[in-house]
Design a protein around this ligand. Structure first.
Ligand SMILES: *[C@@H]1O[C@H](CO)[C@@H](O)[C@H](O)[C@H]1NC(C)=O
Ligand SMILES: *[C@@H]1O[C@H](CO)[C@@H](O)[C@H](O)[C@H]1NC(C)=O
Length: 426
């Protein structure tokens, strides 16, 4: 009996020892794993593979961030003069970034862009924005994430712009970068069957198309398998792991720039626009081909909004609180659809490391172009506020234009067929 007791006691001691030993071992590995990660974070140029980070898809590839050329960034005087220096949060962030730029501090040193992103903490926000509690929830979310200038890739198209048999060189004349959302299957299909069809037009201009997606809310049905199928079938989806939201469109644009600089470096022009606009692709290409050589690398054209100011109605989609931004908007091209030279995208990406993210994407692009000293150019062929009511079915009006906002998938197909009808005389 005594022997059994001694034996059980020994087993207990050994078990306890083993439990203690293993748990300390585990603690040590997680600890060194953390330390290693923190170490990596201090060297943002190293790529961090974070196994704890949730990825929704195994498609995650070895995506590396292209390097912003921050040493060559300079911000125009025109831009500095157009943005007042005052107490609003964004204005303060901008002037703090400009002061750093002017004394030669590398903006990337404090930038979360090249490392996994951290949300700005509540206390810091409350200290800096006195009335933040009155901000709408989505705006609050934007503020928390506004230093997150990068998101993991879920669906990629690394070979989008690579030469394949019989296609000629790798040069893409026009890349359609279309802002879509996961559920907009029908819109995307209508675009593919009409103005966004990929191919070689007028026997010399190669056109390629990508749709830009974030993720839908967890409360929505899981569209993952459908999107995977669509991506494999058409090869034109790009998806990143951030929540679809109007206020996240600046992040979407930035992710597209990263992707483009890495995967489609040789693009003459990029069209950025929505999936519910109608584009007259032949007219668009003729316009681009007729450009003077001096304009080819400096193009930023569309429907220009010249003298806009922030909307202060909290119910508006475009609401900007006064304590967040105080000042007019620089002239910008309406985000429904505009054209920009491929050559401008690297400088644009670089300057976006200095200019803080702004929640309205087209205003932000306008700010960055203004900072680069590039002025938007107005073109009457871009109608982002639609044409007169009585002209909405008029094929000749559409044949003359380049872009019209907004058309349903069915209208898109009808108009496309219509403007290509040989019987049409305008
Ligand atoms: C296109 O790019 C691929 C990959 O970068 C390269 O291997 C190929 O030679 C290029 N083709 C042409 C025609 O330049
Ligand atoms: C933008 O996406 C991030 C990452 O998913 C999310 O945390 C944030 O709430 C989103 N912002 C808005 C305004 O919805």
């Amino acid at each position: 009996m005594k022997r059994i007791q001694t034996f059980s006691a020994m087993v207990l001691v050994v078990t306890l020892f083993l439990i203690f030993f293993y748990s300390s071992l585990h603690l040590e590995t997680t600890h060194s794993h953390r330390a290693e990660r923190e170490d990596l974070l201090k060297h943002p140029n190293l790529q961090v593979h974070d196994p704890d980070m949730k990825t929704q898809s195994s498609k995650q590839d070895n995506f590396t961030t292209p390097h912003p050329d921050v040493h060559s960034v300079s911000v125009s005087d025109g831009f500095r003069q157009s943005i007042p220096q005052n107490g609003a949060y964004w204005n303060r962030l901008l002037y703090s970034a400009l002061r750093n730029l002017d004394i030669g501090v590398n903006p990337l040193r404090h930038d979360s862009d090249l490392s996994p992103c951290r949300e700005i903490n509540q206390e810091l926000l409350q200290t800096n924005v006195h009335d933040i509690t009155s901000y709408p929830v989505l705006f609050h979310n934007f503020l928390q994430g506004m230093n997150c200038k990068s998101a993991p890739v879920l669906i990629n198209q690394p070979n989008k712009c690579i030469f394949s048999e019989g296609e000629g060189d790798n040069q893409t004349f026009l890349l359609f970068a279309i802002k879509s959302t996961p559920g907009n299957f029908e819109q995307r299909q209508a675009v593919r069957e009409t103005w966004g069809r990929e191919g070689v037009y007028q026997s010399r201009s190669r056109v390629r198309t990508v749709f830009l997606l974030g993720t839908s809310s967890l409360d929505d049905p899981d569209l993952g398998p459908l999107l995977s199928f669509e991506a494999n079938h058409f090869g034109d989806l790009l998806q990143w792991d951030f929540r679809e939201s109007f206020l996240n469109l600046t992040l979407k644009m930035n992710m597209f720039l990263q992707w483009k600089l890495k995967n489609c470096p040789h693009v003459s022009f990029v069209f950025s626009g929505d999936d519910d606009v109608f584009v007259n692709t032949p007219a668009l290409l003729s316009y681009l081909q007729s450009l003077e050589p001096s304009k080819v690398s400096q193009l930023y054209v569309g429907h220009i909004i010249n003298t806009a100011s922030p909307l202060r109605d909290p119910k508006s989609k475009y609401y900007i609180p006064l304590s967040f931004y105080d000042g007019p908007y620089p002239a910008y091209a309406g985000g429904g659809g505009f054209l920009i030279s491929g050559a401008l995208l690297q400088p644009l990406y670089s300057v976006s490391h200095v200019i803080p993210f702004f929640p309205i994407d087209d205003v932000y692009t306008g700010m960055c172009c203004n900072a680069l000293g590039v002025s938007p150019e107005a073109h009457t062929g871009f109608q982002t506020f639609d044409v007169k009511e009585e002209d909405r079915e008029n094929l000749c009006v559409h044949k003359d234009l380049i872009l019209i906002h907004q058309r349903s998938p069915r209208q898109m197909k009808r108009l496309w067929k219509g403007i290509h009808n040989p019987l049409l005389t305008c």
